[in-house]
Design a protein around this ligand. Structure first.
Ligand SMILES: *[C@@H]1O[C@H](CO)[C@@H](O)[C@H](O)[C@H]1NC(C)=O
Ligand SMILES: *[C@@H]1O[C@H](CO)[C@@H](O)[C@H](O)[C@H]1NC(C)=O
Ligand SMILES: *[C@@H]1O[C@H](CO)[C@@H](O)[C@H](O)[C@H]1NC(C)=O
Ligand SMILES: *[C@@H]1O[C@H](CO)[C@@H](O)[C@H](O)[C@H]1NC(C)=O
Length: 367
């Protein structure tokens, strides 16, 4: 078995981890100009030629992944260790970035990670495992959002979500961005969308339900195309649409036809290669649902079908996310139920499968 080359970069980054430093406009602005509002060409990266493969890294337990179509690398939310992975799929090389005070502290999990096609920056959320493990009963503890510049390998800003949420809502786990440089992330207990401005000045609640009851499960995934944000309410199995040009988020139901069941939904993605027309929904125990909006406006969605999970995966496998790599699409698999290895914060797995679902998506799109 080949082991991914692990490089721990904690010392290199420690100086920035607790910083609330605000990046200069220039460092963000340069790339916003370079990448037009229509997004990036995803063909700038070398073709990725592997089919199914494994990332061999002890206790990787990936909750979420996202593709950086400019630097041609994958960001990984390393769930239980609560660290952030930067993975070079071409050379099978994993760099693990630690957050002193959070990484390897069992209360903390890293769920959400996302790449911003407009700025070239990445966002990571360090949250509370308990919110999910108690299905919203206990959402106490700190939640932090950080902005990472993958070129300088520094964190530009870090904000305390809990200061804003005040323990009333939690379970923050999926992220998206708009062309103006804003970051949006959703919370699951109950549904929420919070917004951070381009400079990382403040976290502001952008959408909250009328009744804020953290025992009600809601949004598990968020994605966007142009001015349209899509969320998945994982309890209802329904999608909602929002307009980022509005001062406050206002959900509009986004019907899917046929009205197939979407159950155990987790992260959602609009992979860059489909130019906003194809939405992929990770469903923990089922696989990946494929939906389409031919004109990418998402006033309604065609439900094209489910790509079921490989039944031969080790017991307890859960589809948690989906990521593009090169021009391929992979399902991300995690295991929440593995027994914790004493003295550590995660189970004993050393190998994590990346399932190539590209051909199955293409078949549904043609079908
Ligand atoms: C997770 O943490 C353990 C130490 O508890 C370490 O041995 C392992 O390499 C870490 N895994 C990753 C992917 O960082
Ligand atoms: C809630 O979870 C936190 C850890 O995230 C723990 O310290 C605390 O004791 C829990 N509270 C209850 C009432 O179980
Ligand atoms: C985050 O905010 C909460 C609530 O105000 C506070 O208790 C906690 O100490 C803060 N954490 C950090 C790391 O600043
Ligand atoms: C991992 O742990 C499970 C039980 O939790 C055990 O059955 C399995 O043999 C362990 N695997 C390794 C490689 O130690």
């Amino acid at each position: 078995m080949r082991r991914a080359n692990l490089l721990f970069a904690a010392s290199l980054l420690a100086a920035n981890v607790f910083g609330w430093a605000i990046s200069s406009d220039a460092s963000i602005g340069t790339d916003s100009v370079a990448l037009s509002a229509t997004g990036v060409s995803t063909s700038g990266c070398p073709p990725f030629k592997k089919g199914n493969f494994n990332i061999d890294a002890y206790q990787l337990y990936p909750e979420n992944m996202d593709w950086d179509a400019k630097l041609c690398q994958v960001y990984i939310g390393i769930l239980f260790n609560a660290s952030f992975g930067v993975y070079d799929p071409y050379n099978d090389k994993l760099e693990v970035i630690s957050f002193p005070g959070n990484t390897l502290v069992k209360e903390f999990h890293v769920g959400g990670v996302a790449w911003d096609k407009y700025s070239g920056l990445a966002t990571v959320i360090i949250g509370q495992g308990n919110a999910f493990e108690t299905v919203g009963a206990n959402i106490s503890g700190d939640n932090i959002i950080k902005k990472y510049d993958p070129r300088s390998k520094t964190f530009l800003w870090s904000l305390n979500i809990t200061e804003v949420a005040k323990g009333e809502y939690g379970g923050f786990n999926d992220i998206t961005h708009d062309a103006a440089g804003n970051t949006y992330f959703c919370g699951t207990y109950p549904s929420s969308i919070l917004k951070v401005d381009r400079k990382g000045t403040a976290v502001v609640p952008w959408y909250l339900p009328e009744t804020v009851d953290h025992t009600v499960r809601g949004y598990s995934g968020i994605a966007s195309h142009g001015d349209t944000i899509i969320t998945l309410d994982s309890r209802l199995g329904k999608l909602f649409r929002f307009d980022t040009t509005a001062a406050k988020g206002m959900p509009t139901p986004l019907p899917h036809v046929p009205d197939a069941a979407i159950t155990g939904g987790d992260a959602i993605r609009l992979p860059l290669k489909f130019e906003g027309k194809v939405l992929l929904i990770a469903e923990n125990r089922r696989g990946v649902s494929v939906l389409r909006s031919q004109d990418a406006t998402w006033r309604s969605a065609e439900y094209l079908g489910l790509i079921p999970m490989d039944p031969n995966l080790p017991t307890g496998a859960l589809t948690t996310s989906v990521t593009q790599i090169g021009e391929k699409i992979y399902a991300v698999t995690d295991w929440f139920g593995d027994q914790i290895v004493p003295g550590t914060v995660a189970g004993n797995k050393t190998s994590f499968p990346m399932i190539d679902i590209t051909a199955k998506i293409d078949a549904l799109l043609l079908g």
